[in-house]
Design a protein around this ligand. Structure first.
Ligand SMILES: [Zn+2]
Length: 314
């Protein structure tokens, strides 16, 4: 059997997996790392490989690596990364290749996740698919006709930085009113804090007072029927729905997959998003895409990177 090594380098964790050529996870590891230089990330990944090989009973033939940030996949370089602010023009594919003794293909993490959901996840029946990952930021990936669409400069799919509100809040990208600011984990928390600050009662009040409220707390409270939590998710869902309608008008995909921590709220977020999208597509509702929750969770990045390495090198 041929196996592929998938690596996913984030700001706090390095995930690795051995993956079969048809996308099954044979073994998986996730460990924290220093979050500093790329050599530390490479070493953390490399140290996990013997355990993965033992568990799966097979050695990898090639490696795919997913990393957050602006990635030049053709050259294997991470230009910059919001999660890894000290990284600049890091030749990550070469570094991993030297340490592992394998050919390495590098990809942006949101692109890798989108490709994985298209190949073996929630969009596996689709011909064209888009994925949005709602977390601290909002990542995006586009798969058209079975191929990842990277654009002319390698930066396609930055759907989080499309404008939803003309005069909205300033964004880290330099623009204003971006989808990222209105559909990320921070947006969920902001809605709840504003409502509670305005005098609404909620089980979330102690966490707001302590300054510890997370979007996961809001999701859990919403599942228990907390009105403020439900309204926060619905408000963010409507923002998301505007973004989904924009994607539909430009790309007309079969499926848009929504993943990331915020999407763990499921239909409490996605139902208002679908409703808003359909209202904005009402004149062309016949081609509204399916809006579905991601299926692969924390393995999406490693699986997608591995499968992209399969397609590029085997
Ligand atoms: Zn932005």
């Amino acid at each position: 059997m041929v196996a592929l090594l998938g690596v996913d380098i984030g700001g706090t964790n390095v995930k690795t997996a051995l993956v079969s050529v048809d996308g099954a996870v044979l073994s998986f590891a996730s460990g924290s790392w220093s979050g500093r230089g790329p050599a530390d990330a490479v070493e953390t990944a490399a140290l996990s490989v013997p355990g993965l090989v033992d568990e799966a009973g097979v050695s990898p033939a090639v490696c795919g690596c997913a990393c957050a940030g602006l990635v030049d996949s053709a050259r294997g370089v991470v230009h910059s990364s919001p999660n890894l602010p000290t990284w600049s023009d890091v030749r990550l594919a070469d570094m991993l290749s030297e340490r592992l003794g394998l050919n390495v293909k590098l990809e942006n993490d949101a692109n890798a996740a989108a490709f994985a959901e298209f190949e073996v996840g929630a969009a596996r029946e689709a011909g064209n698919a888009v994925m949005l990952t709602l977390g601290t930021g909002v990542g995006g990936g586009i798969v058209l006709g079975g191929a990842l669409y990277r654009g002319s400069h390698g930066s396609a799919g930055e759907i989080g930085h499309t404008t939803i509100d003309l005069d909205g809040a300033a964004c880290v990208c330099g623009s204003r009113g971006c989808l990222e600011g209105m559909a990320s984990a921070g947006a969920v928390v902001r809605h709840a804090v504003e409502m509670i600050g305005g005098g609404r009662e909620s089980a979330l009040s102690p966490a707001v007072s302590a300054g510890t409220l997370s979007s996961r707390d809001v999701g859990a409270a919403a599942a228990r029927g907390d009105e403020v939590a439900l309204e926060s998710l619905a408000a963010v869902g409507r923002n998301l729905g505007v973004g989904l309608a924009n994607i539909s008008q430009i790309l007309d995909p079969d499926v848009i997959v929504v993943g990331g921590g915020v999407a763990e709220a499921g239909d409490l977020l996605l139902a208002p998003a679908r409703e808003e999208m359909r209202a904005r597509l009402s004149a062309c509702d016949f081609r509204a895409p399916l809006i579905v929750a991601a299926e692969l969770g924390e393995t999406a990045g490693v699986v997608g990177a591995a499968l992209l390495a399969r397609d590029g090198r085997l």
